[in-house]
Design a protein around this ligand. Structure first.
Ligand SMILES: C[S@@+](CC[C@H](N)C(=O)[O-])C[C@H]1O[C@@H](n2cnc3c(N)ncnc32)[C@H](O)[C@@H]1O
Length: 347
């Protein structure tokens, strides 16, 4: 499977960045690699950034000339993309909302829809709170730390306990929390939510205000149909949600009873088919949780564009765009759930 670098060794007449990007974009396109131009451009940006302090490159119209070492590195990294490695792993970092996270295979690469979940939590858990009111939350299945670290970055009064079963995820969350100077407000714990022993042993005295989780939720039988980038490079531990995709979600309900405040919320990102299944599960099982609300993916983003257009609509074009957005909103599927805990009186 490995693609040798020499197969694409530089016979190019040019060592200008734009030419190299075009060359590799075409190679990736020929090999049917998704997002060929974005991938090569991101790799080029990374190569230039990496070597910037070593040598000041002559820049011609924003089109720098690369050194031989830079060209070799660029070719090597593009070959990895040819082998379907996700560009986030190649350039070893990725932006999530206002932070840049280090990425390390096979730890799950944060997805754009999860940024919406952070928006929802900001709105419902933080906006009505006083600035000095401390809030502690639990990020279950933290991966690279994307959700927990974003919430900490955007809410200075918050502290977070981040847990994950995968030691790679734990190391990466720790690294990211240190790089972002958020380490003093985050405790990172290597824990498996499926293990019965910590039903009794979650070692924090204070109950948390809310729980957030983007757990593995893909039904096992659907894993084989995922894109090659995902199957070959991301940990199956981050994807496989068991038979119906809800193994970890159901376990989080048990786990939450040990550490969530009365009336505290659980925020979940799940598959578009799951909200109804979770509501049905809560209605038919004795779990101490009620189903509070379902939220649509991209709701805020499209609602605000629509709102803006309605205020400023002038042309037929605007009306057309607004109609498309309304249809998008109506058919847009839900993937975020909010559950509420009702602590039973133990006396
Ligand atoms: C879909 S990823 C989400 C990562 C991160 N929260 C994000 O949104 O980018 C799911 C994560 O759950 C973790 N995980 C899977 N099973 C687990 C378990 N039994 N206990 C704790 N974490 C688990 C995986 O290691 C993976 O990091």
């Amino acid at each position: 499977m490995a693609t040798s670098v020499s197969r694409y060794s530089t016979r190019s007449t040019s060592n200008l960045a734009k030419n190299l990007v075009s060359l590799w974009t075409q190679r990736l396109r020929d090999a049917a690699i998704p997002e060929p131009r974005t991938s090569t451009q991101l790799i080029m940006d990374y190569v230039i950034r990496l070597n910037q302090c070593v040598r000041i490159l002559p820049i011609q119209n924003g089109n720098p000339e690369l050194t031989v070492q830079q060209i070799q590195l660029f070719n090597k990294l593009c070959s990895k993309r040819l082998d379907r490695m996700p560009v986030q792993y190649i350039i070893r970092e990725w932006d999530f909302r206002y932070i840049t996270l280090k990425m390390q295979p096979p730890v799950f690469i944060p997805r754009p829809e999860t940024e919406e979940l952070v928006d929802l939590i900001n709105l419902h858990e933080f906006h009505h709170k006083r600035e000095n009111e401390s809030i502690t939350f639990l990020d279950i299945c933290c991966g690279s730390g994307a959700i927990g670290l974003s919430l900490l970055c955007e809410n200075p009064q918050a502290t977070c306990i981040a847990i994950d079963k995968d030691p790679n995820a734990i190391s990466l969350t720790e690294l990211n929390s240190q790089r972002l100077n958020l380490g003093s407000r985050m405790i990172v714990e290597h824990l498996d939510v499926m293990k019965t022993e910590f039903h009794h042993g979650f070692g924090h005295d204070e109950a948390v205000d809310f729980i957030v989780s983007n757990p593995p939720y893909i039904p096992s039988k659907q894993l084989a149909s995922l894109q090659e980038e995902i199957i070959s490079f991301e940990s199956s531990l981050a994807l496989d949600g068991g038979c119906d995709g809800l193994d970890i979600v159901k376990q989080i309900l048990h786990f939450a009873r040990l550490c969530l405040k009365d009336k505290g919320k659980i925020w979940l990102e799940v598959d578009i088919n799951h909200p109804e299944m979770i509501e049905h599960y809560l209605n038919t099982h004795d779990t101490d949780f009620t189903y509070d609300a379902t939220f649509k993916d991209y709701t805020n983003r499209y609602y605000s564009i629509l709102h803006h257009l309605c205020l400023h609509m002038k042309s037929f074009n605007d009306i057309f765009i607004a109609t498309v957005l309304i249809l998008f909103y109506v058919f847009c599927r839900a993937r975020f759930c909010k559950l509420e805990y009702h602590k039973k009186d133990k006396t």
